[in-house]
Structures are given as structure tokens and as C-alpha cells.
Ligand binder design. Structure first.
Ligand code: S3P
Length: 168
């Protein structure tokens, strides 16, 4: 399928770049938004009342449903933890080209300072948490991606140019 799947750490710009790409005739889908719609409560509420595993199971349902729809010209922004499950990686590859938006810890730290939306960053040292999660996830992001784009200090149009050329 000719879809673009954006993966990467929280704060790497998946949703914003997704919105930018959607202006080029792609339909934007955000797995976190689908989960909020399905559950009719916020991601914070889901984590708080049901725990992380429940959230991860819904993530898998959502990405499986998307792959089953066989839609074309979607740009799919997926939650930062979604690529960590093997099934999810398979569904993403069924959907299309998987693009890792790589950002440095310094950039992520700047973007995530003061964040209130993300349960994993609550009541914790944000920099230490970013380092901890990145050390667990970075290699999976890199191995999963069909294309890796370094996004630090790059504008959306420059990032999208790289993606467009790669999928032509
Ligand atoms: C998470 C990332 C979030 C959201 C949830 C868990 C993660 O999505 O799915 O808070 O485990 O990295 P974003 O990457 O869009 O912030």
C-alpha cells in the first residue's frame, strides 16, 4: 500500500509533519487520536485507570484495523511506543513505507519540557526518562524503518522532500 508511516520518539514531530504531508493529498491518521476516539477518554486517563498494557493492546488493535482497511494515501503518525511490538511492526510494513524521524535527545528534551499530555513523562526527570526509553527503542526504530530522516533543525518541506524522493 502506498501509505507513509511516521515513527519516532515522543516530540520528534510525527503529528506536525503528518499535518504538513496531508496537504499534499494524504489523509492524516494519528493512532493516539484513534485510541482516544475509541475509548472516549484521554491517553492520560487510559494509562491511569487501566495501565500501560491495556493501552498497548488497543494500539495493536488500531494498527491492525488500519492495515486491514487497505486504504491508500494515508500518512499515519504512530505513538512513540508502538513500533516496540513485533506484530505492530508487521502491520506497519503492510501499510506502506515506514519512516523514522530521528531527533537528538537535546531536541527532544527541548520539545518535551513542560509536557502534560504524555503519561510516561509525568512525575519524572524528563531527560533521564528520554535517555532510558531511547536506549531501549533507538535500535528498533532504526531496524524497523525503510527510511531514516534526521530531523534536527530541518524544515518540514526539506524532510518531506527526502521522503517523497524515496517513495517515488
Ligand atoms: C508514547 C507516546 C505517545 C503516546 C503515549 C505513549 C510512548 O505518542 O502513544 O503517551 O510510549 O512513547 P507520541 O509519540 O505521539 O507522543
Amino acid at each position: 500500500m502506498s501509505n507513509i508511516i511516521l515513527i519516532g520518539f515522543m516530540g520528534c514531530g510525527k503529528s506536525s509533519l503528518g499535518r504538513f504531508i496531508s496537504r499534499d493529498g494524504y489523509q492524516l491518521v494519528d493512532t493516539d487520536d484513534l485510541i482516544v476516539q475509541k475509548e472516549r477518554r484521554s491517553i492520560n486517563d487510559i494509562f491511569e485507570s487501566e495501565g500501560e498494557t491495556y493501552f498497548r493492546d488497543i494500539e495493536t488493535q488500531v494498527i491492525a484495523e488500519l492495515a486491514a482497511q487497505k486504504s491508500d494515501r494515508l500518512v499515519v503518525s504512530v505513538g512513540g511506543g508502538l513500533p516496540m511490538r513485533e506484530d505492530n511492526r508487521r502491520y506497519m510494513h503492510e501499510l506502506g513505507t515506514v519512516v523514522y524521524l530521528r531527533a537528538s535527545v537535546a531536541t527532544l528534551k527541548k520539545r518535551l519540557a513542560g509536557d502534560k499530555k504524555r503519561p510516561l513523562l509525568k512525575n519524572t526527570n524528563v531527560e533521564a526518562k528520554i535517555n532510558e526509553l531511547m536506549s531501549k527503542r533507538q535500535s528498533t526504530y532504526e531496524e524497523t524503518a525503510d527510511l531514516i530522516v534526521d530531523t534536527d533543525d530541518k524544515r518540514f518541506d526539506a524532510i518531506y522532500d527526502v521522503i517523497r524522493k524515496a517513495i517515488q
